[in-house]
Design a protein around this ligand. Structure first.
Ligand SMILES: NC(=O)C1=CN([C@@H]2O[C@H](COP(=O)(O)OP(=O)(O)OC[C@H]3O[C@@H](n4cnc5c(N)ncnc54)[C@H](O)[C@@H]3O)[C@@H](O)[C@H]2O)[C@@H](O)CC1
Ligand SMILES: Nc1ncnc2c1ncn2[C@@H]1O[C@H](COP(=O)(O)OP(=O)(O)O)[C@@H](O)[C@H]1O
Length: 297
């Protein structure tokens, strides 16, 4: 690990501080509403997985505003969701989407969401929106996706002035990021001005303000399709429930992101018990995982 002394390994005691337990005076709105714009004709399942995980993490409400064909599937699994737009306290955008297939209409809808300035998770096919988004952003790429984001950033900088190129060198390949994930998570956070959650068997969370957290010991059974979509849902829900903390101090984003990764890893361990898992198992294990974390287990 690059400069390992700079990285703090996140643990249950720290994570517990960022989990929000509802109080008697709460209602669904005071707990926080998560807007979800995910899924596509090609990848509808990603939307189902993210919504399932968000609801099981504990959030007041989920407004799902993605493609209408996908909404039917999400509703079939989770009738609790609201399928119309409205006020939200955080956004989860991009899981199961492909940026190269973005239509003008879809681009306009996404721009409206990212312009709201609420804490936003940008995943998969929405990672490139980091350049337009207002407010606090967490990017959740794996190595290949981070390479694409940095290449796109380099192209934009090259068009603008060539300045960032000179400052940061040429963009890394996915293999280079995989070889030095700590270094590239930090560089990306600095370059993009956003929190970067770089996924992998060790997950690195780097904030633009200098926050550096790792989550290690993640079960490798998680290396299966859709588990990243589940992580997006967990993170989106935590951002929505913590929106007022973030409004006061944007630096809260990085510890919340680290907490989401820990919840995800512990839910995977609980679901796995040493054996194979599917992504939905991880989402279903989240409530018991959070209960155990709150109890100090
Ligand atoms: N159930 C679902 O709806 C799922 C949707 N997903 C969505 O799928 C989209 C693409 O995500 P990815 O992480 O796959 O995107 P990536 O762009 O990282 O992966 C595609 C790359 O993997 C390579 N590849 C494809 N099949 C391969 C194989 N058998 N062996 C080796 N290399 C192979 C391709 O050539 C390409 O370079 C995202 O929007 C994501 O959210 C995934 O999360 C998987 C589950
Ligand atoms: N070998 C591994 N060991 C532990 N965790 C892993 C491993 N490979 C991937 N993961 C975790 O699994 C998840 C995969 O996310 P992602 O690559 O976005 O998959 P998908 O797009 O299919 O949802 C991430 O949380 C990542 O940290």
């Amino acid at each position: 690990m690059e400069n390992s002394a700079e990285w703090l390994e996140w643990d249950v005691a720290r994570a517990r501080e960022w989990l929000v337990v509802p109080r008697p005076g709460d209602d669904k709105y005071s707990r926080g509403v998560l807007g979800v714009f995910t899924g596509s004709h090609d990848y509808p399942g990603a939307a189902v997985l993210g919504v399932e995980a968000a609801m099981r993490t504990g959030v007041g409400m989920v407004r799902y505003t993605g493609p209408s064909s996908v909404r039917q599937l999400v509703l079939a699994r989770r009738p609790e969701i609201v399928g119309v737009g409205g006020r939200v306290q955080a956004w989860l955008i991009g899981s199961g989407m492909t940026s190269s297939r973005r239509t003008l209409i879809l681009g306009g809808e996404l721009a409206q969401a990212t312009a709201q300035g609420v804490p936003t998770v940008l995943d998969a096919g929405a990672l490139d929106l980091v350049h337009e988004a207002r407010g606090s952003v967490v990017l959740t790429p794996h190595y290949r996706e981070l390479a694409e984001v940095l290449a796109e950033t380099d192209r934009r900088a090259g068009h603008a002035a060539g300045k960032a190129r000179a400052e940061h060198g040429s963009p890394p390949t996915a293999a280079e990021i995989a070889a030095r994930p700590a270094l590239w998570a930090v560089r990306a956070a600095e370059q993009l001005g956003a929190t970067v959650l770089l996924k992998g068997s060790v997950t690195y969370i780097a904030g633009p303000d200098g926050a550096r957290f790792t989550v290690s010991g993640i079960p490798s059974w998680l290396a299966t399709a859709g588990t990243g979509d589940v992580l997006g849902g967990i993170l989106g829900a935590l951002l929505a429930t913590r929106h007022s903390t973030i409004a006061q101090d944007a630096a809260a984003i990085a510890p919340i992101a680290a907490t989401a990764v820990l919840v995800h890893a512990l839910a995977a361990r609980r679901a796995s018990q040493g054996g194979p898992i599917v992504a939905l198992d991880v989402a279903e294990a989240v409530p018991a995982t959070i209960a155990a974390m709150l109890a100090g287990d």
